[in-house]
Design a protein around this ligand. Structure first.
Ligand SMILES: [Zn+2]
Length: 414
């Protein structure tokens, strides 16, 4: 039971909106396909804009095609309290990833508007462009886009210039999407957990302590191709035997190092990959994630030590190259406190969790105070058609978002 004297969101309306948006790009088995810049994505963007306007917001589209709905505050030049997420999906998706955050933001503004509540700060509800693939929307707001447009070319070869134009953006002006310091005072994103921890603990809400940083490395192991029948075992330089040891070393690093890191080898390419040849070369890719950059660096140097030992033991050559580095983003303590106080006030059980998936909030947190709220995902399933969060869990998340905004409006000097 929720006991509160402050306004609550309209749960039926929120869940109706989630179902309505899922009609756009609907798949036969109940899922959704709404890849960024497709016809379905554009239609969904139009529907969401109309909802923003009905909720009392003015809407603008920036050069990165981010949709920014603004609900004016009492103090005109105060930095915005912002929320948002994405409505594009992976090719086969469910109803909730991203969508919950955007539609809860709109529902929050509707409720304030209906109750004639105007905050000191303006509120922004943002739909970030293409979260699932290039992350161009939130990166542009942080001023972190890649200059080369070819980097953003789609799998079907469509140029980013064409994509952005379709959605109301403009590649030639992408730098103008960068937000000025102070324009956003705080950003809070509501999202489905996409993991099974909350379901296991039975808690309603996770207060996200930060979004993990990530290293991706490519490891190339060079051995000596040779006849699988005639080459004696002690004369071999078998690149795949070395690779197997690397896979186990990475897993051991994840399992046995004290901490909450995750470490994965998810890609392996064996050459020449023939049954009767001692493997000549293996390329493998390592993914390392943790909330602490220092810890990530320690894991990486430990791994590099082990690669040297494996190379020696297997008489192979091992080269490691960095392919990606994303810095962790920690949530702002003030926002963590506000969210947890709101959970207590609404009688909702909660715990603190890191996010091991990337989110738009990660980029926004590079220039503004950031926080995130998670609600449970059934069986931890996401990026799949059977992704599910109950109507009650969705509205609990939206209520936490609304109450958090009311609190932040008092906590942040307008
Ligand atoms: Zn998402």
């Amino acid at each position: 039971m929720i006991v509160t004297s402050v306004p609550l969101i309209n749960s039926d309306r929120l869940n109706r909106n989630i179902a309505q948006l899922a009609q756009i790009g609907k798949l036969p088995n109940g899922g959704v396909s709404r890849v960024a810049f497709t016809r379905e994505d554009i239609l969904a963007r139009q529907l969401v804009q109309s909802w923003m306007i009905d909720a009392g917001m003015t809407v603008r589209i920036d050069a990165a095609a981010n949709i920014i709905g603004t609900y004016a505050g009492k103090i005109a030049d105060a930095g915005a309290l912002a929320t948002g997420s994405h409505i594009d999906t992976v090719p086969v998706a469910g109803h909730y990833d991203g969508v919950l955050g955007v539609l809860s933001g709109i529902e929050m503004v509707r409720v304030l508007h209906e109750n004639n509540i105007v905050l000191d700060h303006p509120i922004e509800v943002i739909v970030f462009t293409d979260e699932e693939c290039t992350v161009i929307g939130c990166k542009a707001m942080a001023g972190n886009t890649v200059n080369d447009p070819n980097y953003y070319r789609r799998n079907d070869e469509t140029a980013i210039e064409v994509c952005l134009e379709k959605a109301g953006g403009d590649w030639s002006k992408i730098a103008t999407a960068k937000r000025k310091p102070g324009e956003i005072a705080a950003f809070v994103e509501l999202h489905v957990e996409q993991g099974g921890i909350l379901e296991n603990t039975g808690e309603a809400i996770a207060v996200v302590i930060g979004i993990v940083g990530q290293y991706r490395h490519t490891v190339t192991i060079t051995g000596r191709p040779n006849h699988a029948g005639t080459t004696p075992m002690n004369k071999r330089k078998d690149a795949l035997v070395a690779a197997a040891q690397v896979v186990l070393a990475v897993n051991k690093l994840g399992v046995e190092t004290p901490g909450e890191q995750v470490a994965t080898v998810g890609y392996l390419n064996v050459l020449p990959n023939a049954v009767n040849i001692v493997p000549a070369k293996v390329e493998l890719k390592i993914d390392l994630r943790d909330l602490s950059q220092k810890h990530l660096d320690n894991l990486l140097s430990e791994l590099k030590q082990q690669l040297i030992q494996i190379a020696e033991a297997t008489k192979t050559e091992i080269v490691i190259n960095q392919a990606l580095h994303v810095l962790p983003t920690l949530a702002q303590a003030k926002i963590l406190d506000a969210i947890s106080q709101v959970c207590q006030q609404l009688n909702l059980s909660y715990s603190y969790l890191p996010s091991r998936a990337g989110h738009d909030a990660q980029e926004i947190g590079r220039f503004a105070d950031m926080g995130m709220i998670f609600v449970p995902s059934r069986a931890g399933i996401s990026h799949a058609e059977d992704e599910y969060t109950s109507p009650e869990q969705c509205s609990q998340g939206a209520n936490v978002l609304l109450q958090t905004f009311l609190k932040l409006d008092r906590l942040y000097q307008a």
